[in-house]
Design a protein around this ligand. Structure first.
Ligand code: SAH
Ligand code: SF4
Length: 382
């Protein structure tokens, strides 16, 4: 079995070249061919040393998951579904804006955290994505979009790990993928333009700070533990105080001068002015330990199984005003790609139901599994 070169960061690719009896520096050329030029065939790589070019086909491949479907919104948002085998489907969303292009990437098929307001969470966990499957989403979208938009240069300027899954519960595969995103010989994104979003896996936040401190978004959703326990079950393991202490520690390494907190606005659950005041008190309490924050309010995108309702816009605005009056930078996330059900973490297909994967795929192709309105995460980028 050959190895998939999309599974390697530059260090891994250098080690692979060495195994083939080649010089480590050859990896740079190979890496550039794959990621910057989008090559998948070794005979395309004309300036590669001939010895290496001859050995590669027996040892390696460049393999991207099959695209199941692509939907394009009238606002330019594009959503792809990729088949990662065994009935599992993941989603990737591109969100174009005037000054940037953001790609929202999945890290797992399903998610084990099981947040009450999240469609991915309701589906349960299937498996971790490989580094190659994470990187493939960027590789594919970037090279597709260059052709699609007729652009020769870089199209994707920002990446947010806000698709399906909890990235910090797939740390081993995530880390090399982040390194590929940041590498100047690949996508050359700056650390501030790559955001990992987490529901609060505290030990892994500390590891990320040491290994690859990219921008951090934390899904908070509640100002106190009893409520957060009921929305984000992981809170029972890492309660709010521990989480915010970890955020303050992260801040010392973070590429931006704030951590973004995401707060999904759920009607009658966490959206009162009282909750907003509790949130202000919480943030003020932790400011003394060095935490500075930005709040990103996300109007909930309902799906039937949740039994939850989106907050009224007037309620969202009242909530935002309480935060802003206390001097907290607050944004309300815009909905994008509404007409194509495009949003991070909101794949409509039920990946746990494996009884008839083929029928499900066919249904997906026909758009029968849509119906979930989702907010696209594009607002945490600079
Ligand atoms: N697992 C990570 C990243 C993926 S979820 C995390 O939880 O942070 C990305 C974002 O989408 C999270 O902030 C999450 O709270 C939000 N989200 C999930 N379901 C949503 C829904 N139905 N409506 C609005 N936002 C949702
Ligand atoms: Fe998992 Fe994030 Fe969804 Fe929670 S919100 S279930 S952590 S993907």
């Amino acid at each position: 079995m050959t190895v998939n070169l999309l599974d390697y960061d530059l260090e891994g690719l250098a080690a692979f070249c060495e195994q083939l009896g080649e010089k480590r520096f050859r990896a740079v050329q190979l890496f550039r061919w794959i990621h910057q030029k989008g090559a998948t065939q070794f005979d395309q790589m004309t300036d590669l040393a001939k010895s290496l070019r001859l050995k590669l086909p027996q040892a390696a491949r460049v393999q991207v998951p099959r695209v199941v479907s692509r939907h394009e919104s009238t606002d330019g948002t594009i959503k792809w579904l990729f088949d990662v085998g065994n009935g599992d489907v993941i989603e990737t969303v591109f969100i174009p804006e005037a000054d940037r292009g953001t790609l929202c990437i999945s890290s797992q098929a399903g998610c084990a955290v099981g947040c009450r307001f999240c469609s991915t969470g309701h589906q349960g966990f299937s498996r971790n994505l490989t580094t190659g499957e994470i990187v493939s989403q960027l590789w594919f979208a970037e090279h597709f979009l260059r052709g699609h938009l007729g652009r020769g240069d870089r199209v994707i300027s920002n990446v947010v790990m806000m698709g399906m899954g909890e990235p910090l519960q797939n740390y081993g595969q995530l880390l090399p993928a982040l390194k590929v995103m940041l590498d100047d010989h690949a996508y050359g994104l700056s650390r501030r333009r790559v955001t990992v979003s987490t529901s609060g896996v505290v030990p892994m936040m500390d590891r990320l700070a040491r290994d690859c401190p990219v921008a951090l978004a934390v899904s908070l959703h509640a100002p106190e533990d009893a409520l957060r326990n009921s929305l984000v079950p992981l809170n029972k393991k890492y309660p709010i105080a521990e989480l915010l202490n970890a955020c303050a520690r992260y801040q010392a390494f973070a590429p931006r001068d704030f951590i973004t907190f995401e707060y999904c606005m759920l009607d009658g659950v966490n959206d009162s002015a009282e909750h907003a005041r509790a949130l202000v008190a919480l943030m003020q309490e932790h400011a003394s330990s060095g935490l500075s924050c930005k709040l990103n309010l996300i109007p909930f995108n309902p799906f039937p199984a949740s039994g939850l309702v989106r907050s009224q816009m007037s309620q969202v605005m009242t909530f935002a005003q309480v935060l802003m009056d206390a001097g907290i930078v607050t944004t309300v996330r815009k909905t994008r790609g509404d007409d194509i059900d495009a949003a991070c973490g909101q794949l409509a297909g039920d990946i746990r139901d494996r009884t008839d994967a083929n029928a499900r795929m066919a249904a997906q192709r026909q758009g029968m599994l849509g119906g979930i309105k989702v907010v696209v995460a594009g607002k945490v980028a600079p």
